[in-house]
Design a protein around this ligand. Structure first.
Ligand SMILES: [Zn+2]
Length: 168
């Protein structure tokens, strides 16, 4: 639900002595230094790539999903990945799948409701009958941007902290 996804970051917040801004600056500084290093761990990679790059990378979507599960805000990535799968489906199965995705993520108070505005919800609903491959594009883009500016930043900080490369 909406409340769930907004209240989630509590457990991930950095200690009071280290600000998020400070960590993000460290992230930028050390990732630019790391470009000259031969060896980089997966944590380095995840903390320096964009969300689009991480999702394309083998294992990247899984790593991000596991992080979101720990924050209890994984409905966004499930929605994103289900829409990706939907776009690959051909023929008669498509309409059934579109309805299922809409009911699971986009109806108000649905089990895995994602946080989209009423206008996007209405636009998506009106496209359902067509079962076109692009009917979820707008909603998917909104959720991608939401993840990118919110939970993905916490994921990157978390990955940055797991990395031990810079202490070598
Ligand atoms: Zn590393």
């Amino acid at each position: 639900s909406r409340e769930k996804s907004q209240a989630s970051p509590k457990t991930i917040n950095p200690p009071k002595s280290i600000s998020t801004g400070w960590l993000l600056n460290q992230l930028k500084r050390t990732t630019s230094l790391r470009k000259t290093e031969v060896k980089t761990c997966e944590h380095c990679v995840y903390s320096s790539q964009t969300l689009a790059e991480v999702l394309k990378r083998k294992g990247g979507a899984t790593a991000f999903r596991i992080f979101l599960e720990s924050e209890f805000s994984d409905e966004n990535i499930h929605f994103y990945l289900d829409v990706e799968a939907y776009k690959q489906v051909r023929g008669g199965r498509r309409h059934k799948m579109a309805t299922k995705i809409f009911e699971q993520y986009l109806i108000e108070n649905s089990p895995s409701e994602v946080n989209i505005d009423a206008k996007t919800r209405a636009a998506t609903k009106s496209g359902l009958a067509s079962s076109d491959s692009s009917i979820f594009d707008l909603a998917q883009e909104r959720i991608f941007k939401l993840m990118e500016t919110d939970s993905f930043r916490r994921f990157q900080i978390s990955e940055f902290r797991k990395c031990k490369c810079s202490s070598r």
